[in-house]
Design a protein. Structure first.
Length: 146
């Protein structure tokens, strides 16, 4: 029981630390970082924040866009990007990225930037950590391939 409480306490402390860094603008990209591909030229196209992934209990449930959530599709939930927008999500720890379509919203009080489908979370090594710091870039349109 004490081990479980310890793990919960550490997870909450990590989450609060990441949120505090985001709020204080400590999370920033490397100055030399470049992003090949069809990144939108929109002003402020890149956003930084915390990513998580969908729990298994959401499999088959309807998303905000009307699509069903399926863990093997490259989709995500985000409260600040328009629905049906394609984005590149990059893990800031290992620089791995994945292209996903925003097709759902999170709870309005949720402070995370994005919740990824299971397959997308695996592609950037999110599954091991639960939450990670990410960069989100809006793409001009759907990718040629994922």
């Amino acid at each position: 029981m004490m081990k479980i409480l310890g793990v919960i306490f550490i997870s909450l402390a990590l989450h609060q630390n990441i949120c505090a860094q985001i709020a204080s603008n400590e999370i920033r990209p490397n100055a030399t970082e470049s992003s090949p591909g069809k990144v939108s030229s929109e002003k402020n196209a890149a956003r930084y924040g915390v990513a998580s992934y969908y729990a298994d209990k959401f499999k088959g449930r309807e998303t905000t866009s009307g699509e069903l959530y399926l863990p093997d599709r490259y989709t995500a939930a985000c409260n600040v990007i328009p629905l049906n927008t394609w984005v590149r999500v990059t893990n800031l720890t290992n620089n791995k990225s994945v292209l996903v379509k925003i097709n759902d919203r999170m709870h309005p009080k949720n402070k995370r930037l994005v919740d990824l489908s299971k397959i997308a979370a695996k592609k950037i090594n999110l599954m091991s950590y639960g939450i990670i710091k990410v960069k989100l870039e809006i793409l001009d349109g759907p990718p040629d391939e994922n």
